[in-house]
Design a protein around this ligand. Sequence first.
Ligand SMILES: Cc1ncc(COP(=O)(O)O)c(C=O)c1O
Length: 501
Amino acid sequence: MEIVLDRRSATPLYLQISRRITALIHGGALPPGFRLPPERRLAAALSVNRSTVLAAYRELKADGLVDAHVGQGTTVQPRRFEPLEIGSVQSFPWSQALARAPQPQDPLVRDLLELTERDEGISLGVGLPAPETLPVETLRTITDRLLGEVGAPLLMHSPTEGHSPLRETIAAVLAARGIVCSPSEVLVVTGSQQGLDLVARVLLSPGDEVLVEAPSYFGGMQTFRAAGARLLSVPTDHEGMRPDALAALLERHRPKLIYTLPTFQNPSGAVLSLERRHRLLELAARFSVPILEDDPYAELRYDGTSLPTLAALDRHGHVLYLSTFSKLLAPGLRVGFVVAPRLVIRRLVLAKQIVDLHTNTLAQVVIDRFIRDGHYGPHLERARAVYAARRDAMHEALQAGTALGVTWRKPEGGFYHWCRLPDGVDQSRLLARAAAAGVSYLPGQPCFAEEGGAAFARLAFSYAPAPHLREGISRFLTALREVAAEPAAAERDRNGTRPLV
Ligand SMILES: Cc1ncc(COP(=O)(O)O)c(C=O)c1O
C-alpha cells in the first residue's frame, strides 16, 4: 500500500491518507476483505500522529468503504454501488451537498475523546475527572428516588433558561466563589462547551477579533474560529496574561472579546495573580471590551490560597462567567452554566432555543438534588484528595525528565502538568512513539492560536490512577529520550515528502 504525503499541501494529512486509500480501493488494489494496517503502525510508518490515521479511517468508514471490528481491525467492505453507468443507481453525492466548513476543522478533540473509549494504553491526554471519584451510587439513589416520586415530568421538556431550582442552587454555589448574582442571571447550558458556542453566537460576527491567552483552551479557540473570529494571542507567564502585552493589543486592535482562564489554566495550570486580575479588569473597562472568564477548575485547588474570580472583582459588569459540573461531578451529564447580565441572558436563551431547546431535564434535576441534599461539599473534598495525590505522583515521576531537559511547574490545582520539552524535539515523532508505547498526551501546538507550542506537552494527571501515571510518564520519557537521540526531521525529510508504507 503506497501512500506519499505532501506536507506542504493545504489538504490536511488525514484527508490525503483517506483519499489515497479510497483511490486504491476504487482501483481494485485493495480488494474487499483487505485488512488495512493497524492505526498505530500506519501512523509510525507515515510519521504522523495516530489521531491523523484515526481520522482518515473514520472518513473511509463514513464513506462506507471500510468497517472496523474489535479483534479484526479495519477491513475493506464489498462495493455497494457500481461505478456510474447510465441507468444505474447512484449514492447521493453528500460530499458535494455539504456546505463548506468555515475553517478546516481540527479532528483532534474528537479523536482524543474517542481514544478515551478505547481501553488501550495510558491516557495522559484527556482532561477528564477520575472515574473512581464519580458519585455513581449517590446519583443512582437520587435518580431512582426522583423517578419514583416525580416520574414523567423529569422526562419532559424544561425551560430553556434551565430548571429553576437548579438556577437558584447554582447562584448559591457561586456565592461561595464570591460571585453575587440572582438566579435570573444564570443560564444552564449543555456543558460549558455550549456556553462558549452561545457566547460566540451572540457576541461575534465574522472578522471580529478575540484576544486569547497563549496558550489557551483549544476547544474555546475552535469555537471562536468557527464563528469566523480572528484570534490574537496575549503572551503569558506563570502568573497568566502579561498586562503590558495585553494593554498594547487592546490599544492597537480594540477586540470584541477577551477570553481568559484565570484559575488553573488549561493547559498551563497558571493562576492569574491578584494584581493582574485587577489590571485586566481595569484595562477591559478602559477599552470597553467584555471578558469571558472560563472557570471549570475553580474548586480544584490542592494547596495555596484561593483568589477571587474576575466575576467577583468586576465592578463594571464586564465579565461573563462560565463554569461547569464536568470536572467537579460528571462530564457525561453535560451541565454547565453562564452568568451574565439579564440582557445578555435573554439573547443567549434565544440562541440556545435554536441549538437544543434546553439542557437535559433529568440531569439538571439530579444535580440540583445532589447539591441540595448536601453531597456536593464532601464529594469535592474526596475528589481534591484524589487529584492532589495524583498530581504529586506525576510530579515525582517527572523528576526523571529533568536530566533530559524537561521543565515544568507543579500546579496548585487543576488537572495538568504543562511541560516544556528540550529544544528541537519533533512532536509528531514523539506523539507516534508515545502512542506506540501505549501512552497518549496532548502536544502543545493546538493550544496556541498562532505560532508556538512545538516545545510543550500537556500531561493530565486527573484521569489515570497513580501507578498508571508513573508508568505512563516512564513510557513518555523513554519515547522522548529515543526521539531526542534521532536525527532532526528536516534532515530525514529534505524534499517535503515522506516515504511509503
Ligand atoms: C477551559 C475549559 N472550558 C470548557 C471545557 C468544556 O467543558 P464541558 O464538559 O463543560 O463542556 C473544558 C473541558 O476540558 C475546559 O477545560
